[in-house]
Design a protein around this ligand. Structure first.
Ligand code: GN1
Ligand code: MG
Length: 365
């Protein structure tokens, strides 16, 4: 761990490369599991204040930073997303990435001030606004010109491959954790057929966000309007069901993703109804009948896939997701499994809620 002074010096030096001003304050920002994110408040030469978001990027998770940044530069410059994603900054030399004294890569965005994000929600209006924002995000990206975006993490939502990686980690059991994980391993194996539920070739390939966790939406303080979508590293060709499903997983469960009390995790139907409504407001006009049918399966598959990923990481010694202690991934697995059971138990209700949205395409007011 670096001591705070040297971290401040690093932040100041990185900010200086973007010619943003003198560092007045800084601190950690958000709760992402991959990069390290900070805000930096700077005083410009003219005496004004400006806030940046600085990110030290995780090269272990994203070894191909070239692909990440090439995609991000295209997305940030897409006219139909102007103002809806944070502006990416460049140095005087036109570089979007700078390296600190330790050789670690950083990037910078203008901070959209006056906004907040939420890790857990229990307000249907917030859920509706988040779903509308993610739906609209896909809609706005439908006009992205040029070749397909690159895939910095190939097979990111290849659930079959995620299952295979999980089985391989169980077989290796490098950290002797398969024993304590026995009930969860059994619960994951029982549901192996979920890997077959979404068949990519049968559904249209869109440009999707692929990490639609509720905390990747920024809300304006006070009004609680959804104003921006962040965390764009996984934006690639993908299925609408992935984006809808990951949102179901994170936005209909009022309990923390790593709650020590996983039994409390549950899919709340009122939140799901709000989510469906917002999603149809944002992406409704884009969706085909096959995509309508894929939404509830998307929720099941994305929840299952994340449980597999947490389990794989736990078995492999917590190398991927940032953890606070050696039980952290275990708590995460249990919450996802509980959510999955809750979705399975309410599947008919969820399908009925989606059918209602389909029936009232103009009723989304
Ligand atoms: C990671 O970066 P963050 O925390 O928004 C992960 C997602 C998971 C999520 C679970 C690149 O997202 O896929 O769903 O954690 N992102 C990556 O909380 O693996
Ligand atoms: Mg994030």
């Amino acid at each position: 761990m670096e001591e705070p002074r040297s971290e401040a010096a690093t932040i100041a030096a990185v900010a200086a490369r973007y010619r943003a001003g003198e560092l007045a304050a800084w601190g950690p920002l958000g709760s992402g599991h991959i990069h390290e994110t900070f805000f930096a408040r700077l005083r410009t030469a003219g005496g004004e204040e400006r806030e940046l978001v600085l990110q030290r990027m995780n090269e272990t998770v994203f070894p191909d930073l070239g692909a990440v940044m090439e995609n991000l530069e295209r997305i940030a410059a897409h006219p139909d997303l102007a103002g809806f994603v944070p502006a990416l900054l460049r140095t005087a030399e036109g570089e979007s990435v700078v390296h600190d004294e330790g050789g670690r890569p950083w990037r910078a965005f203008d901070r959209i001030t006056g906004t907040v994000s939420f890790d857990e929600v229990d307000d249907p209006e917030l859920v509706r606004a988040a779903a509308r924002a993610f739906g609209e995000f896909v809609q706005r990206l439908a006009t992205l010109a040029g070749p397909p975006l690159r895939e910095p993490l190939p097979g990111f939502h290849d659930t079959r491959a995620r299952y295979a990686a999980f089985e391989a980690a169980v077989a290796r059991d490098s950290f002797g954790r398969a024993g304590p994980l026995r009930p969860e391993i059994a619960a994951l194996r029982e549901r192996g057929e979920l890997t077959e539920l979404l068949v990519p070739g049968e559904l249209p390939l869109r440009v999707t966000h692929n990490d639609t966790k509720i905390n990747n939406v920024l809300f304006e303080k006070g009004t609680r309007r959804a104003v921006a979508v962040v965390d764009l590293d996984t934006v690639t060709p993908g299925l609408l069901a992935w984006d809808f499903g990951d949102l179901v997983r994170s936005a209909t469960n009022p309990v923390a993703e790593d709650s020590p009390d996983p039994g409390r995790a549950t899919l709340r139907c009122d939140l799901f109804a709000a989510l469906a409504r917002g999603w149809f407001e944002g992406a409704g006009p884009l969706m085909t009948p096959d995509e309508h049918r894929s939404l509830v399966p998307g929720g099941l598959v994305m929840t299952y896939e994340l449980a597999l990923r947490f389990a794989t990481d736990f078995l492999e010694g917590d190398r991927y997701f940032r953890t606070r202690d050696d039980q952290h991934n275990l708590r995460r697995i249990r919450v996802q499994l509980q959510m999955l059971a809750s979705m399975e138990g309410q599947r008919a209700e969820l399908e009925a809620i989606i059918a209602e949205q389909k029936a009232t395409p103009d009723g989304n007011q």
